[in-house]
Design a protein around this ligand. Structure first.
Ligand code: G1P
Ligand code: ZN
Length: 549
């Protein structure tokens, strides 16, 4: 163990007014985080609220984006000065979000501090983020994030150490003041967890039999994880993982695994000599996109297909306790739950709402339309887990991606689905649009938005957590139709510039003969009804969304 001299110091500070954590922690532009005391204030607020008991461990790591390395050192100094006994840090300050969640659970840590702005671009002008996860490995619940926000507004000082940076690029143990810092391999424990859940032998045989796969790490955190698991442990050829070297600015890209941003992968999967299977993950490794040869699997369908096939995966062979999806996610998984007689929960947007259900053993699988899928193995969504779950199902069924999804639709019906995002909208305009919709909610049922489009019900989604009884109101406006079609409007809680309006559109098609349409084509009338109902163009000044997924 190396020991660095360190002396504790109390630094007077003044609060920042903008440190309220959103859907996934505190996210701001890098220059905001680089203001003197900004990061320190937030970390002190986290430590004050988390109040790790004597002897406790914290897990610290991030997705490697710009500022990650410096921020880890700052956090370690504050943790040491605040009496934390031990910090477990991923080598190089790196931990994917699901790997961090696992490490918190594995080590019985009091919690973890995770550095990421997920799929948002990085670099000196990009985004940075920090969030606190609790002892269950999951994002802190709202009561905790509210307490952190309140604490940031009341801080007058923080405690740190005067100490040199620790060498974090090699595994080892160091003393920092009275605290022990343990630098660990960020991949090993996570890879072992994956190996315990999935039939690696079956996937290895699939790959050895000529099945071709491609994984796009988008120059973000999953590169080393995917290389270890897919190339080393499962025997996929070198080069299976593309854009596999994590870069602080993600190579200038937007590390969001969707059809717009994962362009290298999409080009190959929709090209002439497409592999059998393609997947991508995001900045911090919790999102996933699944593709077959010239075939896109919507995240909502992915959750439904995995739920329907879960018992083919060793880690889930005993069956599922239940499933959950976020409210805007399509109801495809609901149909599987109904067929299997499983409880199915509809929660507000954000992974943290799954935490109580997972902890209470009421659900095993859960997912969001925003390329998030996961299970009770950790308390975050997990990109590589979803990739391995698909590979396991493909190996077990011996069929291709498209064939499996089409068979699924034939049995359960197809939920056509799309999401329109309007980014960087003037906040007043976005809030005005939502307020106008809210004001009209009561009058909508019974009105026709177009031919055959009579509104059956409309509400502002509220959730009552069945485990702890907490209530979350105003979680998005739902316009429901009798045939199972839906329109949902909500404002993003993760953006860093202006407001982002999301409009989610879904229709249900039980007839196999009508399940092969292009989704945009199939949803056209509903989309235009959705946009005119909310007066999107007039209120936002946008004739086109920024992104369609
Ligand atoms: C977005 C997604 C949401 C996800 C979150 C964190 O939040 O919509 O499903 O949990 O990112 O990855 P939003 O910006 O919509 O608040
Ligand atoms: Zn993410």
């Amino acid at each position: 163990m190396s020991t660095a001299p360190a002396s504790a110091r109390v630094v007077p500070t003044t609060p920042f007014a903008d440190q309220r954590p959103g859907t996934s922690g505190l996210r701001k532009k890098v220059p905001v985080f680089r203001q003197p005391h900004y990061l320190e204030n937030f970390v002190q607020a986290v430590l004050d609220v988390a109040a790790p008991p004597p002897g406790s461990t914290l897990v610290v790591g991030g997705d490697g984006r710009f500022l990650n390395r410096e921020a880890v050192q700052v956090i370690l100094r504050l943790a040491a000065a605040n009496g934390v006994a031990r910090c477990v840090v991923g080598r190089g300050g790196i931990l994917s979000t699901p790997a961090a969640s696992h490490l918190i659970r594995l080590r019985g840590a009091a919690g973890g501090i995770l550095l990421s702005a997920s799929h948002n671009p990085g670099g000196p002008d990009g985004d940075f983020g920090i969030k606190y996860n609790t002892a269950n490995g999951g994002p802190a619940p709202e009561a905790v994030t509210e307490a952190i926000a309140a604490r940031t507004r009341a801080l007058t000082e923080y405690r740190t150490l005067d100490a040199a940076d620790l060498p974090l690029d090699a595994d080892g143990t160091h003393a920092l003041g009275g605290m022990t810092v343990e630098v660990v391999d960020p991949v090993a424990d996570y890879a072992a967890l994956m190996e315990s859940l999935f039939d690696f032998g079956a996937i290895r045989s699939l790959v050895a039999g000529g099945f071709r796969l491609r994984f796009d790490a988008m120059h973000a955190v999953t590169g080393p994880y995917a290389r270890e698991i897919l190339e080393r442990r499962l025997g996929a050829p070198a080069g299976t993982v593309i854009n596999g070297t994590p870069l602080p600015d993600f190579g200038g890209g937007h590390p969001d695994p969707n059809l717009t941003y994962a362009h290298d992968l999409v080009e190959e999967m929709f090209g002439a000599d497409a592999p059998d299977f393609g997947a991508a993950s995001d900045g911090d490794g919790d999102r996933n996109m699944i593709l077959g040869r010239r075939f896109f699997v919507t995240p909502s369908d992915s959750l439904a297909v995995l739920a329907a096939n879960a018992t083919r995966i060793p880690g889930y062979a005993r069956g599922l306790a239940g499933v959950a999806r976020s409210m805007p996610t399509s109801a495809a998984v609901d149909r599987v739950a109904q067929a299997l007689g499983l409880p199915c929960f509809e929660t507000p947007t954000g992974w943290k709402f799954f935490g109580n259900l997972l902890d209470a053993g009421r659900i095993t699988l859960c997912g969001e339309e925003s390329f998030g899928t996961g299970s009770d193995h950790v308390r975050e969504k997990d990109g590589l887990w979803a990739v391995l779950a698909w590979l396991n199902v493909l190996a077990a069924r011996g069929e291709g991606v498209e064939a499996i999804v089409r068979a699924h639709w034939a049995r359960y019906g197809r939920n056509y689905y799309t999401r329109y995002d309007y980014e960087g909208v003037a906040p007043d305009a976005a809030h005005g649009l939502m307020a106008a919709l809210r004001a009209r909610l009561a009058s909508l049922p019974g009105t026709a938005l177009g031919r055959g489009m009579e509104v059956a019900a409309a509400d502002d989604f509220a959730y009552h957590d069945p485990v702890d009884g907490s209530a979350s109101e105003r979680q998005g406006i739902r316009v429901l139709f009798a045939d199972g079609s839906r329109i949902v409007y909500r404002l993003s809680g993760t953006g860093t510039e202006g407001a982002t309006l999301r409009v989610y559109i879904e229709s249900y098609e039980p007839d196999v003969a009508r399940q092969s349409m292009d989704a945009q084509e199939a949803l056209r009338p509903l989309v235009s009804a959705a946009l005119s109902l909310a007066e999107v163009q007039a209120r936002t000044g946008r004739s086109e969304p920024t992104v369609i997924t």
